[in-house]
Write a protein that binds this ligand. Sequence first.
Ligand SMILES: *Cc1c(COP(=O)(O)O)cnc(C)c1O
Length: 378
Amino acid sequence: MAVPILDLSRSFRSVRAEITKSLNKLFDAQSFILGQPVKDFETHCENYLEIPENSAVGCASGTDALLLALMSIDIRPGDEVITTPFTFFATSGTIARLGAVPVFVDVDPDTFNINTDQALSAITPKTKAFLPVHLFGQMCALEEVIDEFHERGVKVIEDAAQAFGASRSVGGEIQRAGAVGDVGCYSFFPTKNLGGCGDGGMVVTLDKERAERLRRLRVHGSGTTYYHDEIGINSRLDAVQAAILDVKLRYLDEWNEARRNIADYYRLLIKLHDLQDYLTAPAELPGNHHIYHQYVVRVSERRDELMTYLGENGFSARVYYPLPLHLQPCFEYLGYSAGDFPVSEQLSHEVLALPVFPGLLESEQDALIECVAKFFRG
Ligand SMILES: *Cc1c(COP(=O)(O)O)cnc(C)c1O
């Protein structure tokens, strides 16, 4: 048996005909930059996220979504942005790209999300923004701190690249990842829960003026063609990707539900095989609707050996993330050292992502967990 970490073809099968039809329409129209397909997809995302008209702005990638979001709140050289070291590189890469300073604080050992109390303690007079990540598809409890950040003049930008469709129930109200802070950022990289056939991204904001500004920033800061109010970038959501994503969006809830069922079944299997001393299943905070972009367990011992053993037996597993961002060579100039963020550092030695994707079979999960049991018990 060979079980890949991700097999996109299993879910693509069910949408292929619809996507082909939609692309043929686009090829007939030969209109590939912005236009109707992008507008339609933006509108459907607004409906899905239950946010007002014109608050979603498609762009070229999740990385650009972060960059545009930071530009839209005037992040400048020397400004501080509080963020997590346990995430994909783009979260801090974009901060540094603008000459601003990523200020790291550690994460929670159960959810892997940024420790919000420590984030509040990291505020200085230079702090302009707080940039939490809803890691692996589970939302941070932003409601606990958002008002205090705002009172202290700090904007909140959500990196929801892994969390399109994740939500959290707060006092009976549903909050959607990306639609809680001042600006929310999504990625449609092919491996994301809502993934295109290439790069894509989106920024959302409930502030009408900021949304207008984002629409200008994605076309070189130009409101009227060839007239530039400010210096922007070239970062449009490709019409081809928009047409594809628009079809896939209709299946997103179904696919996220499939991932949640897979997560439930892993949890059950870990118990049935009495593996709790070796594998800690990911925690889902009360109120959270986790969409399991990744199913990440903590392995108490010999993580790398286990990964190799699984690989030898046809089961692929991955480490997200092997080196926290404060220890990356490119961020040496920030002056952090090993030991600064013990939870993130320990996680980088213990985490292991197991296959989770729509279409993964229970028999494949059975075989994988049996293989884990064999590794630890022989
Ligand atoms: C994927 C990802 C990004 C970047 O998205 P791209 O579309 O690949 O540029 C940013 N942040 C996080 C947490 C991600 O997982």
